[in-house]
Write a new protein. Structure first.
Length: 384
């Protein structure tokens, strides 16, 4: 595992903080349990906000607002989840329990957390005259998703994971904004930030600007440096961009569904639609992570896109709003179960069953190393 973190906020503020926090945890606490706990906090925030703001109108003028205490809880839990995400790796190194499975588990859950995190933040502004439309939020979600996969695309091609700056900045900022919202109320975000520039415009500009001015240029620069140093894993342009095929097709199909929907499905069920897209994206990202870890070729297309394609074709022919809603909810549940099944399968499969040849050897070597370490520990114990 090779990662590079050059973010000043992370290096000089967060890492010293995490180094202090990790000492609180007992050495018997599994790093993967810390990772999973942080993910559950993100999901809990999503569900909590879904209860108080199911259709994203709670922050709009004239509607019943989210209670102040909810913003405080969400802000604290969001920062706790961010802290646990930064501590899990340190706990693994502290207890000498770093494993490839831990890397996959950490980054895999991070890819799924993107949708929960973005959708929860949306409730600060919500819909309405002072908020952001659900379609604009859909596009912003894709900006975040592609920003996330860029880092793993870099590692797939260069062998090094360059951690994006936007993640740390966004987590600290949003946690602070949640608390501020509880103090000043959502009405404060109705006022212009500068001249006629509203806070919702600042929110949109920060996401797009961070992606276009920081994440994308740094990713391309790191890729170019690897190309100049002849350290790229793939010389073919086609092979280098294969990881983008499934996410791009997912974007095309989901956007086509929105545009062709006879009942305007995104307006009726935005939260479920976002979850469907985010889960399918997370599955493709996890497949990329497994391939980059095992030095195997990334699948060209994700099979989860097949049922989505069929549904888009059915919607194009014409369906009733009730049927379309059933299709969306069913597909979201199927994607969620399939993604969980994929994660369980990767964790439990044996060396010579479902994996590709290189992945078989990768897992087999890990098992041999594990057996060797266990024997050495037993020998030392016997010696003592």
């Amino acid at each position: 595992y090779s990662a590079v973190d050059t973010n000043p906020l992370s290096l000089y503020v967060m890492h010293p903080f995490w180094n202090t926090v990790v000492k609180v945890f007992p050495t018997w606490l599994a790093p993967n349990l810390i990772t999973f706990s942080g993910f559950l906090l993100v999901v809990f925030n999503f569900l909590l906000m879904a209860y108080f703001d199911p259709d994203f109108y709670a922050s709009a003028p004239g509607h019943k607002h989210v209670p102040d205490w909810v913003w405080i809880v969400v802000g604290i839990l969001n920062f706790m989840a961010y802290t646990l995400d930064g501590v899990d790796g340190k706990q693994a190194r502290r207890t000498n329990s770093s494993t490839p499975l831990g890397e996959l588990f950490d980054h895999g859950l991070d890819s799924w957390s993107c949708v929960y995190f973005v959708v929860t933040v949306y409730s600060i502004f919500g819909r309405g005259s002072s908020g952001v439309s659900v379609f604009v939020l859909y596009l912003l979600l894709w900006v975040v998703l592609f920003s996330f996969i860029l880092s793993h695309w870099e590692k797939y091609n260069t062998g090094i994971l360059f951690l994006p700056w936007g993640y740390d900045i966004s987590q600290v900022t949003i946690s602070f904004v949640y608390i501020v919202t509880a103090v000043v109320g959502v009405e404060a975000w109705y006022e212009p930030f500068l001249f006629n520039f509203l806070y919702r415009d600042l929110f949109t500009a920060m996401i797009i600007g961070c992606a276009l001015c920081v994440t994308l240029p740094m990713s391309l620069l790191n890729f170019f440096r690897s190309y100049k140093n002849n350290t790229l894993k793939y010389n073919s342009v086609y092979e280098a961009v294969v990881p983008f095929f499934s996410p791009c097709l997912l974007f095309i199909l989901s956007t086509a569904w929105i545009l062709l929907s006879p009942s305007d499905i995104l307006e009726l069920h935005p939260r479920v639609f976002y979850l469907m897209v985010g889960t399918a994206f997370a599955n493709s990202t996890c497949q990329l992570i497994v391939c980059q870890m095992s030095s195997t070729r990334c699948p060209t297309l994700n099979w989860l896109l097949l049922p989505l394609f069929v549904i888009v074709m059915v919607v194009n022919v014409g369906v009733t709003p009730y049927v379309e809603r059933i299709l969306l909810f069913t597909l979201t549940a199927a994607f969620t179960l399939a993604h969980i099944h994929y994660g369980v399968q990767v964790k439990t499969r044996t060396p010579f069953t479902h994996a590709k040849p290189n992945q078989n050897m990768f897992i087999f070597k890990l098992q041999r190393q594990y057996i060797f370490v266990v024997k050495r520990v037993e020998e030392k114990n016997i010696g003592l």
